[in-house]
Design a protein around this ligand. Sequence first.
Ligand code: HEM
Length: 335
Amino acid sequence: MLDRWTDLINSGKPEIDVEKEIISTAGEIIAKTSFGMSYEYGREVLDKLREMQITLFKSNRYIGVPFSNFLNPKEILKAKKLGKEIDALLLSIITARRKSSKRHQPQQNLLGLLLAENTVDGRLGERPLTTRELVDECKTFFFGGHETTALAVTWTLLLLAQHREWQNELREEIREVIGNGEIDATMVAALKKMGWVMNEVLRLYPPAPNVQRQARHDIKVDNLVIPNGTNMWIDVVSMHHDQNQWGQSVNEFKPERFKDDNLYGGCNHKMGFLPFGFGGRMCVGRNLTIMEYKIVLTLILTRFSFSLSPSYSHSPSIMLSLRPMQGLPLIFEPL
Ligand code: HEM
């Protein structure tokens, strides 16, 4: 991706829509790291998942409406067809991997581990993961594992294009921590300022804009009773922009709010900052994300400086994830 950007700049096209580029690279990374999959195979799954996301989003305002399947039959049919195609693709990958791991050492990636362990603690004790469950696990990781990280990087590039002093701060930190060598996984933790920037971006533009829970029994909150079975959407975007919790500067980009309070960014409420959810179902991929984010951002910052293109139109929208609907065109200069 970065070499392609350099070629574009050198051929007189310094304006690049980075959102698309980064989503596609993050897809490549998850396909490889989690499934040991080639780019082409991964691309096919990702394209179909994206199409399904758009199709389902068009129809999801009817969720919970009785007979809603009849309200938009075309979208429902299309989503079902895409679902079957994705399942078939993943199934062929799993079957091929099962065969090859009988002959060779299992691959060191998530799918290799799932196939090697291949058991789950169910109600009736330990049992093997069914193929259906394996396919579902793959879908969760494929989908959950690339777009969110890509959007964290994308929104970061927007904020760094608007706050160029922070581009310099981060370059300075990279120089101190990594020098002129190559970044590796052991250096990531020392990139502290980059960690504040990541948290502040996840606060202002949380890629996962809501978290869902279901009440498993009646719950009393002050005078309010939430009945058993109620589905709840926790609006993370609103919580991250609540002036009562974050103070006057709530809408400003101020990474230093995480300097002395790495976990909560100075928020008055300890549940006020939830980019990765909370409790037992908190995001399992957050450490991978932090590593991927810091490595990708380091590579970008050490090769280019960038500013916002005049053609950028600010339109954050929720399409399951929180995305810049008109993309993110930036103007690049090589360093
Ligand atoms: C910036 C990046 C990411 C964000 C903002 C994010 C956010 C979230 C959120 C909000 C949840 C729901 C937590 C809850 O209900 O309390 C979640 C769950 C999950 N995430 Fe992430 N995620 C990110 C990256 C990743 C990556 C890279 C992976 C995989 C490699 C991943 C895999 C998962 C999985 C499997 C779950 C379900 C966990 C469960 O139900 O136990 N996520 N994520």
